[in-house]
Write a protein that binds this ligand. Structure first.
Ligand SMILES: C[S@@+](CC[C@H](N)C(=O)[O-])C[C@H]1O[C@@H](n2cnc3c(N)ncnc32)[C@H](O)[C@@H]1O
Length: 297
């Protein structure tokens, strides 16, 4: 089943631990994936670990509140052996702040204390790479995460995570119905779109053949750079279409400057990037005369 819905959380973990997850979710995942060694690097009240041990799965729970920081400490070194399944359930959005509220004192690396959405996306990426490193060849790593709508903006944590991780390793995207979430009890006057009442379980599969960390990194960087190249191509093409299919470089620059998403506009060499995009994709763009371009026929 790719849609999971368990209204009860069961006897595992601590029902009072804010943002905890139903133990039935873990039970169902363990039944499907049958891990021998399981690691939860953000185990909170330990729901997943209790379920795993009840099912006779060797399980290791780590958390910042016990001193294991997923942004600084290797999961593999802490556990001492690679896992068949390494699954996290990070805090996201700003619904629950853990350090200083649920436990202990405020901690700068607490994922519930990120200073911006980009800060969170970056840190979750680091956490997932740490999880990947702690997974056996052919094993699964992943995360349970929702999206949020805040002040009219929809922030998709799951889409950002998928975009940052190796596309060839994505194995499954499951939907988890979220019961009794806090936002269910809030009313949003004038809200036309439905409340977010689901989370995602994202699973990636580590390839059977483990390459070196550097090769892995090079592959991931290549994938990101191909995405960026394709984004520039789409952007310049859209600008040219909006200018009637033919335009001078200065018209193209002017329009790009107005329309480029923040991340692209932040590139100080964007004009050179526009020229490079036009020059290197002549099946897309055709030079008409010096400094004038049209859509290729
Ligand atoms: C949503 S809770 C997990 C709840 C758990 N699934 C349960 O059912 O009890 C998220 C956990 O991530 C932990 N956490 C936050 N930042 C962390 C970090 N940098 N390293 C490790 N754990 C972190 C928090 O302490 C919190 O316990």
């Amino acid at each position: 089943m790719s849609v999971l819905s368990f209204p009860e959380r069961g006897p595992w973990g601590d029902a009072k631990w804010r943002g905890n997850c139903s133990g039935y979710i873990y039970k169902s995942l363990f039944e499907q994936l049958r891990p021998k060694v399981f690691v939860d690097p953000m185990c909170g009240s330990g729901t997943s670990i209790e379920v795993a041990r009840e099912m006779h799965i060797e399980a290791y729970g780590l958390d910042l509140h016990q001193g294991h920081n997923i942004l600084r400490d290797s999961i593999l070194l802490a556990v001492g052996k690679p896992a068949d399944l390494c699954l996290s359930h990070p805090p996201y959005g700003d619904m629950v702040v853990y350090s200083g509220e649920v436990w202990g004192t405020p901690h700068a690396d607490d994922l519930s204390r990120c200073i911006s959405e980009d800060d969170f996306h970056e840190k979750l990426h680091i956490a997932l790479l740490n999880q990947r490193d702690a997974t056996k060849p052919g094993g699964y790593y992943g995360t349970i995460i929702g999206d949020k709508r805040s002040k009219g903006t929809y922030v998709s944590y799951q889409a950002e995570a998928i975009a940052r991780m190796p596309a060839s390793e994505l194995a499954a995207v499951l939907i988890k119905h979220q019961h009794n979430v806090m936002s269910n009890s809030r009313s949003y006057p004038g809200m036309k779109l439905p409340r977010v009442s689901h989370e995602f379980i994202l699973l990636w599969r580590r390839p059977e053949v483990i390459t070196s960390f550097l090769t892995d990194l090079a592959g991931m960087a290549k994938q990101q750079s191909a995405r960026l190249t394709s984004t520039w191509k789409a952007l310049v093409r859209t600008v040219l279409v909006s200018l009637g299919g033919q335009a001078s470089l200065s018209q193209i620059y002017e329009k790009v400057a107005k329309n480029a998403p923040e991340r692209l506009a932040a590139n100080p060499h964007w004009q050179a990037k526009v020229r490079q995009t036009l020059n290197q994709n002549q099946s897309f763009f055709a030079p008409i005369e010096r400094g004038v371009w049209s859509l290729a026929s």
